[in-house]
Design a protein around this ligand. Structure first.
Ligand code: ADP
Ligand code: MG
Length: 254
C-alpha cells in the first residue's frame, strides 16, 4: 500500500514488569488524521513517544515514510544518525508546550532550523515569521513565552514543530493544559492543518473535535487497541463494552 505513511507492527513496551504497549499494530494513511482515545494510563502517550523515539520500544517495528526501524532482540542497534533522521520525520506537540522560556516566539520557531538544520539565520527567521502568521501570531513574534497566553504558547509550539517540515505531526493532549476559553484557538489551528492535508496523530479528550476532524479513531485500553474505525463507528456506534463505558463519561459532549 503506497499510501500508508506510518506502519506500526507488533510494538511492545514495558516499564519494569508493567506492560504499557502490548503488541500494537496500526497503519495510518498519508494525509489522514488519527485520534487515539482511551482512559488515562492506556498507553497513548507512550505510543506517540515511540513514534518519535523519545521512548524506545522493546519489540516490533515502526515505519514512517520510507524509513523503518526494528527493535528488540536480534535487531541491530540503529545508528544515532539513523535515529535522528527517523525522529525528524515526525513533529511532536506536548501538553505543556515545552517552549524555551529565554527565547522569543520567533526564536523558538527558528531554533531547530538554525542549530539542527544549519539554515542561515535570516532564512530561518523568514520561515519562522511565515509559520507564526499561519498560526495567527505574526504580531507576537517578539514576545517571550512568559508574556503569551497558554493558547498562544501552544500555537508557537505547533509552528516550531512545523518548521522542521515533518511528514507527520503528533499532538499529545495539546489542549489539556489550557483554560477552556483558549481551547478553540488551538483546535482551529489543528483543523486548518488537517484541511491542508497534514498527516496527524492526535491524543485528545475533545470528543466532539475528534469526531469532526478524524478519519480514524483508535480506542486503546491497557496497552491494546480495543477497536478502531471511522468516528461514526467508534464514537457513535462503539462495538466494545470498554469503548462504550469510556465514551459515557463524555455523554454531555455527544
Ligand atoms: P496515557 O497517555 O494513555 O495516559 P501513558 O502512555 O502515559 O498513558 O502511560 C501508561 C503507563 O505507563 C502509565 O501507568 C505510566 O505511569 C507508565 N509510564 C509511562 N512512562 C513511563 C516511564 N518512563 N517509566 C515508568 N512508567 C512509565
Ligand atoms: Mg498521556
Amino acid at each position: 500500500m503506497t499510501n500508508t505513511i506510518i506502519e506500526i507492527k507488533n510494538l511492545k513496551k514495558s516499564f519494569g514488569d508493567h506492560h504499557i504497549l502490548r503488541d500494537i499494530s496500526l497503519s495510518l494513511q498519508k494525509g489522514s488524521v488519527t485520534t487515539l482515545l482511551g482512559p488515562s494510563g492506556s498507553g497513548k502517550s507512550t505510543l506517540l513517544r515511540c513514534l518519535n523515539l523519545l521512548t524506545i520500544p522493546d519489540a516490533g517495528s515502526v515505519r514512517v515514510g520510507d524509513r523503518e526501524i526494528s527493535f528488540g532482540a536480534g535487531q541491530l542497534q540503529a545508528k544515532s544518525s539513523e535515529m535522528s533522521a527517523f525522529r525528524a520525520t515526525t513533529g511532536m506537540v506536548f501538553q505543556h508546550f515545552n517552549l524555551f522560556p529565554h527565547m522569543t516566539a520567533v526564536q523558538n520557531v527558528m531554533e531547530g532550523l538554525v542549530t539542527v538544520r544549519k539554515v542561515h539565520k535570516k532564512v530561518a527567521r523568514e520561515k519562522a515569521m511565515a509559520l507564526l502568521a499561519r498560526v495567527g501570531l505574526a504580531d507576537r513574534a517578539d514576545y517571550y513565552p512568559g508574556n503569551l497566553s497558554g493558547g498562544q504558547k501552544q500555537r508557537v509550539a505547533i509552528a516550531r514543530a512545523l518548521a522542521m517540515e515533518p511528514a507527520v505531526m503528533l499532538l499529545d493532549e495539546a489542549t489539556s493544559a489550557l483554560d477552556p476559553e483558549l481551547v478553540g484557538e488551538v483546535l482551529a489551528v489543528v483543523r486548518q492543518l488537517a484541511e491542508a492535508g497534514m498527516t496527524m496523530v492526535l491524543v485528545t479528550h475533545e470528543i466532539g473535535f475528534a469526531r469532526e476532524v478524524s478519519d480514524t479513531v483508535v480506542f486503546m485500553r491497557d496497552g491494546v487497541v480495543v477497536e478502531q474505525g471511522a468516528p461514526s463507528a467508534v464514537i457513535d456506534n462503539p462495538k466494545e463494552a470498554a469503548t462504550c463505558s469510556f465514551l459515557m463519561r463524555f455523554s454531555v459532549e455527544i
